[in-house]
Design a protein around this ligand. Structure first.
Ligand SMILES: *Cc1c(COP(=O)(O)O)cnc(C)c1O
Length: 230
């Protein structure tokens, strides 16, 4: 795809965000568009940047590190949104500004220990296994409060909020239920952690439902970059 179509795609997604925000009386300026560039080449990210995108989401570490290096001349904000094992925490702590997929204390402790002192704290969302989530990733709702307390106490992490990936294939009104569930857990956690301000939810097929339920970051891949490569 050439940069014109990235520009058009980003404009279309931004218009969807604005329209949804307006329908539920929210300020679109409080919703961040995270361009999910997994499997896309660095050149595509550069074009999306030229078209106005600033925040980029990556799932696969090696793929991401190559792009981060190739694009070091640009002031991009990189978010790690993929599965996170112990052997990846150092590179994530050293190269990303945000992580959306923290789901256990061990991973959180390693990220905090490995975050370089000259960088600001790593911005963290906890991935929650809400109703109807397909994958086994994500902390169970019953264990969320304890994990949040652990993460909030770690010196090099800043706990910002929650993330979830609902089962795919939900339509219409069904799409809102998992987002409403995540929002409810978020509001409960906010009583203990009033600094929480981030709900990372909504992808290409369900960003409207997510915005109705309070999303502050929507993670959009396909509707910006087209089908994934490989
Ligand atoms: C791939 C991915 C996205 C983007 O999904 P699209 O449907 O392509 O918009 C968002 N979040 C996560 C965690 C992903 O892995």
């Amino acid at each position: 795809m050439n940069s014109t179509s990235y520009q058009q795609n980003i404009a279309k997604v931004s218009a969807r965000i604005r329209a949804s925000a307006q329908k539920c009386d929210r300020d679109a300026a409080e919703i961040t568009l995270l361009a999910v560039s997994k499997t896309q080449p660095a050149a595509a990210v550069r074009e999306a940047w030229q078209a106005g995108a600033r925040d980029f989401g990556e799932n696969y570490l090696q793929d991401a590190l190559q792009k981060i290096e190739a694009l070091a001349d640009l002031p991009l904000c990189w978010h790690f949104i993929g599965p996170l094992q112990s052997n990846k925490t150092r590179a994530v702590a050293e190269n990303f500004s945000w992580v959306h997929s923290v789901d256990r204390a061990k991973i959180a402790r390693r990220l905090s220990e490995q975050r370089p002192p000259q960088l600001p704290p790593l911005q963290v969302c906890l991935q929650v296994n809400i109703s109807g989530e397909d994958s086994k990733a994500g902390v169970a709702v019953e264990e969320l409060a304890e994990l949040a307390a652990t993460v909030a106490a770690l010196p090099r992490l800043q706990l910002r909020g929650l993330m979830a990936i609902p089962r795919s294939g939900l339509t219409g009104a069904q799409q809102r239920q998992p987002f409403a569930d995540l929002r409810r857990e978020f509001e409960i956690l906010q009583r203990q952690h009033p600094q929480l301000d981030t709900l990372s939810m909504g992808m290409s097929a369900d960003l409207e439902a997510a915005i109705f339920e309070g999303a502050t970051i929507v993670r959009i891949g396909t509707d910006i970059f087209g089908p994934r490569i490989g």
